[in-house]
Design a binder for this molecule. Structure first.
Ligand code: ADP
Ligand code: ADP
Ligand code: ZN
Length: 215
């Protein structure tokens, strides 16, 4: 069983790679962004509370996301967990370490997906996802099939995120540099950090991650 963190700024390709690992290795994707969006669409109190913060591109409180992760870890996973978009702050990283210890799990690798800031605007503003299955598409690099039906599930529902605009991305990047990028040093010092070129093609990024995971 392997547990990894995918670390990188908004648009680095974390979700895309996490989905591939779920399909090919039976791992469990834990995306706090997806969990928070689910909470919003199901209209829970917590969802309502975080909607404005997310639209603006600010981070929601540590307490909320740690609670979400805790619930999912308790369920367990045979193939191991992929932490996608969590942790995003040092207190979240400390909380994760405690939770893993409690559950007798270990962290095998922290994969830092390195990308240029300039590439992120195009990545994020071109992003869409399938309403049926969550497959991630891009207007230029991974367009929807010509018939408009998702290649994975056949749905024609195209979803775009409210926060995938240039204005919100600026705030999200600032949050990343101020609060999340210190985690790179944190995991380097712990000896678990692995860096990969996130600007390579989706296939090549997949290969780099497979290499880190050992075959
Ligand atoms: P991206 O795919 O662009 O990296 P996510 O889907 O991971 O974005 O997150 C979307 C938003 O959800 C963030 O801008 C933030 O408001 C909130 N969020 C997600 N994960 C966390 C987290 N671990 N801590 C705080 N806020 C989070
Ligand atoms: P994150 O979860 O880190 O925010 P996503 O996986 O949602 O990032 O990817 C952001 C956008 O960039 C999506 O539209 C996706 O299709 C596209 N994308 C992801 N990886 C690559 C890549 N290696 N090359 C080109 N485009 C990519
Ligand atoms: Zn689909």
């Amino acid at each position: 069983m392997t547990n990894i963190i995918l670390l990188g700024p908004p648009g680095a390709g974390k979700g895309t790679q996490a989905r591939h690992l779920v399909e090919t290795r039976g791992m469990t994707q834990l995306s706090t962004g997806d969990m928070l969006r689910d909470a919003q669409s199901s209209g829970t109190e917590m969802g309502k509370k975080v909607a404005a913060i997310m639209a603006e591109g600010k981070l929601v409180t540590d307490q909320i996301v740690i609670g979400l992760i805790r619930e999912k870890l308790l369920v367990g996973s045979e193939g191991g967990f992929i932490f996608d978009g969590f942790p995003r702050t040092l207190p979240q990283a400390d909380a994760l370490q405690k939770l893993l210890l409690e559950m007798e799990l270990k962290l095998d690798a922290v994969v830092e997906m390195q990308v240029d800031d300039e590439a992120l605007v195009a990545r994020v503003t071109g992003r869409s996802t399938c309403g049926g299955c969550g497959e991630v598409y891009h207007d230029v690099t991974k367009p929807w099939p010509a018939d408009g039906a998702c290649s994975n599930c056949g749905s024609t529902e195209v979803k775009r995120r409210a926060d995938d605009n240039e204005e919100s991305l600026k705030t999200r990047l600032m949050e990343y540099y101020k609060k999340t990028s210190p985690l790179i040093g944190y995991y380097y010092a712990k000896g678990t950090l692995q860096r990969i070129d996130g600007l390579a093609s989706i296939d090549d990024v997949q290969k780099s991650i497979a290499w880190i995971l050992g075959k």
